[in-house]
Design a binder for this molecule. Structure first.
Ligand code: PHE
Length: 335
């Protein structure tokens, strides 16, 4: 083959690649030109028969042909020839899409950062608990509904899926002397039928501050007011409503100012201006006795809120189930 013939063959090969109608045709052309027994490798093999003085020119032309055919094949969507794919670092990669953090992870991480600024550390505990940590130490009487099999997932007499993350606070107090300042994020379980606002498995963040200095309800309120503002934005604060929990006395339910209307009243807050987000209170002296603290010497507060609830009001999510379906069309909207 002369140089002129080579140019003609090259032009023809490129035309053929451009005209290839489908993947099979592209593959056939790859085999024909750059495959192991294709015409370009054959030319390279036959190089020794080319007169010595023409060899460099001819060699260059063959290499150029090979490069152009490979590029054309690649442009047709085919990873060129038989060389290892990773040898060509400039080759276009496949687009897998950038992931986003799940809204529940975001709320947990943001909460840990906000409380972290106030000196709280994150404590962790098992999802399978014993009766003492989940109920007894938390001053929950035997007749309390949450003790019932219809409300709690029991595994035998003394093993259950925790119904709240409060047992982590019990563990934290038993393992440390005051002051104790922790938040406990994690999964919790209750026998709930799943609907738009309920799920048998959900997440809580509970917080606990116990000190030998006197700790007051006002301290609790200021901490939650700071959290409300940092998590939901300026203009959002808290109000307390009297309530009952076995493990706190006094106990309150905590409302945030509606972050949408800033308290004026709208559809989101059912015209009330407030949204219920948490339970809280001053740690009951009985709880201190159970963990070996002297109630005469220590005082403290505890609070607990649902992560799903915060995520749903923060991001305007109407159905709790969307948080568990891992549908990227939903998750991408929160990116
Ligand atoms: N543990 C309570 C619940 O799950 C929330 C709470 C925590 C209330 C701490 C008061 C103090 O409902």
């Amino acid at each position: 083959m002369t140089l002129a013939e080579l140019e003609i063959a090259k032009a023809q090969s490129l035309e053929e690649v451009v005209a290839a109608a489908d993947a099979a045709a592209v593959e056939a052309l790859r085999v024909k030109y750059v495959g192991r027994n294709g015409s370009i490798p054959a030319l390279i093999k036959a190089m020794k028969d080319v007169p010595k003085e023409e060899r460099p020119m001819f060699g260059k032309a063959v290499q150029a042909w090979r490069a152009e055919v490979e590029a054309a094949l690649q442009a047709k969507g085919f990873a060129a020839a038989e060389k290892p794919v990773d040898a060509d670092l400039t080759m276009a990669g496949r687009w897998w899409g950038l992931g986003v953090k799940h809204p529940l992870s975001r709320v947990i991480e943001e909460s840990a950062a906000i409380f972290g600024r106030l000196g709280f550390t994150v404590a962790d505990g098992p999802e399978l608990e014993n009766k003492f940590n989940n109920f007894t130490a938390l001053n929950t009487p035997q007749h309390h509904p949450s003790m019932d099999r219809s409300d709690t997932f029991w595994f035998g007499e003394d093993c259950l899926l925790r119904t709240q993350t409060s047992p982590v606070q019990i563990r934290a107090m038993m393992a440390n002397k005051p002051p104790v300042r922790v938040i406990c994020p994690g999964r919790t379980y209750r026998r709930d039928t799943t609907d738009a606002t309920h799920s048998a498995n959900f997440h809580q963040i509970e917080g606990l501050y116990v000190d030998t200095k006197s700790v007051s309800l006002a301290d609790l309120k200021s901490v939650l007011a700071y959290f409300a503002k940092e998590m939901m934005g300026d203009g959002v604060t808290v109000r307390f409503r009297p309530h009952f929990f076995p493990f706190t006395e006094p106990s309150v339910e905590v409302d945030f100012t509606c972050h949408v209307c800033k308290g004026k009243g709208c559809n989101v807050c059912k015209q009330s201006g407030w949204i219920e987000v948490a339970g809280a209170g001053m740690v009951d002296p009985r709880v201190f006795e159970h963990v070996g603290y002297d109630p005469a010497e220590v005082s403290g507060y505890a609070f607990g809120f649902g992560v799903e609830r915060i995520a749903m009001i923060k991001y305007g999510i109407q159905d709790i189930r969307w948080l568990y379906e891992n549908d990227v069309r939903f998750l991408d909207q929160l990116a």
